[in-house]
Ligand binder design. Structure first.
Ligand code: XUL
Ligand code: MN
Length: 345
């Protein structure tokens, strides 16, 4: 298989200002144009969007106005030579989504979620991408007795069907996450995402997006999730980052918490040819709260550097030696071989 040349992507939210639940911003916000040209300078090729990153204050605007602004954005992207990779409906911020989007217990609120998702498909078409990402943020519960899991599965299928019917060319990419903001989410892993696709009107147009941190939060190895999704030809997008154990979603720079887990993700991408069908490598990373303004872009630049260094490591991995150790069931020395390789010997 030819070795892919990777292309990189990030979203406007990845230039975050340091706010957390316990304290305010620690860095001044930059304009959208600043972020766009920063990405270009960093050697990134694409930007990913929430619907309201593409069209701010989207709920206050008419459908015509929304599409007009999306067209203006497309021109700005073309001018900068940056592609729109995907658009994702932000279904976790509005008052209508307090109890979830597609699985809310209120019919009118479920309709809001579906209407907003359909509009996201319209925005994506204008931006020149067929890829819709669904991070199902509030499709779960704080307490299980508040919703029926069986009913919620039906409602999720109805919502996916409505989107598939709205645009016959769009591809829907489910981004699973097991928790946060919810106690338990209904689609916590890639297996769940691929399984629910089978209940829809067009499973071929449903794939998935793996985020390293989300797999780790589910107690899984992201490399296994990558291999599994790619065995089905379903890994259509990727959010690389890192996560130190089971706690709040950290979105650390790629490789920051566990270099070996990062290395194994790269090996999985390489052996499955990720990128050779036009898929992007996105870094869903945030600066640390302590990061000063002059270092605003380091988390993105460093994630890309680490990624490329680990690609070199994957390509120079001593496969013959490793295979001999595997044949001899000498996993003790295999372990050390990997460590020595990562340490540079
Ligand atoms: C949340 C997350 C989102 C999605 C896009 O944990 O990763 O930023 O990637 O909605
Ligand atoms: Mn993500």
């Amino acid at each position: 298989m030819p070795k892919p040349t990777y292309r990189f992507c990030a979203g406007p939210w990845n230039f975050s200002e340091g706010r957390d639940p316990y304290g305010p911003e620690t860095r001044a916000a930059h304009s959208f144009d600043w972020k766009l040209s920063a990405l270009k300078k960093l050697g990134f090729d694409a930007m990913m969007f929430h619907d309201d990153d593409a069209v701010p204050n989207i709920d206050t605007k008419s459908a015509t106005q929304v599409l007009k602004e999306a067209k203006e954005l497309k021109k700005r992207l073309d001018g900068e030579g940056i592609v729109a990779e995907m658009v994702a409906p932000r279904l976790w911020f509005a008052p209508q989504t307090i109890d979830g989007g597609y699985t809310s217990n209120r019919k009118a609120d479920r309709q809001y979620a579906i209407d907003r998702s359909k509009q996201t498909l319209d925005i994506a078409r204008v931006l020149g991408t067929d890829l819709i990402v669904l991070w199902l943020a509030r499709e779960g519960t704080y307490l299980r007795e508040s919703k029926s899991g069986a009913r919620s599965t039906e409602l999720l299928v109805d919502a996916l069907d409505a989107m598939l019917a709205h645009d016959k060319k769009a591809r829907l990419c489910i981004e699973p996450k097991p928790n946060e903001p919810m106690d338990h989410a209904y689609i916590p892993t890639i297996g769940h995402a691929l399984a629910i696709a089978q209940l829809t009107r067009d499973p071929k147009r449903i794939g998935c997006l793996i985020e390293s941190a989300h797999s780790i939060l589910a107690g899984l190895d992201p490399a296994d999730e990558i291999d599994f999704a790619m065995a089905f030809g379903k890994l259509w997008s990727l959010h690389l980052n890192d996560q130190n154990g089971l706690k709040f979603d950290q979105d650390k720079p790629f490789g920051s918490a566990n270099l070996r887990v990062a290395f194994n993700q790269i090996r999985a991408l390489e052996r499955n040819g990720y990128g050779s069908r036009g898929e992007y490598v996105a870094f869903d990373v945030h600066p640390f709260r302590t990061t000063r303004e002059e270092h605003y872009l380091k988390h993105l630049d460093n994630s890309r550097k680490t990624f490329l260094r680990l690609v070199e490591k994957a390509r120079s991995y001593p496969t013959k030696q490793a295979d001999a150790l595997i044949a001899d069931r000498n996993y003790q020395d295999l372990d050390q071989l990997v460590i020595e390789h990562l340490l540079g010997r």
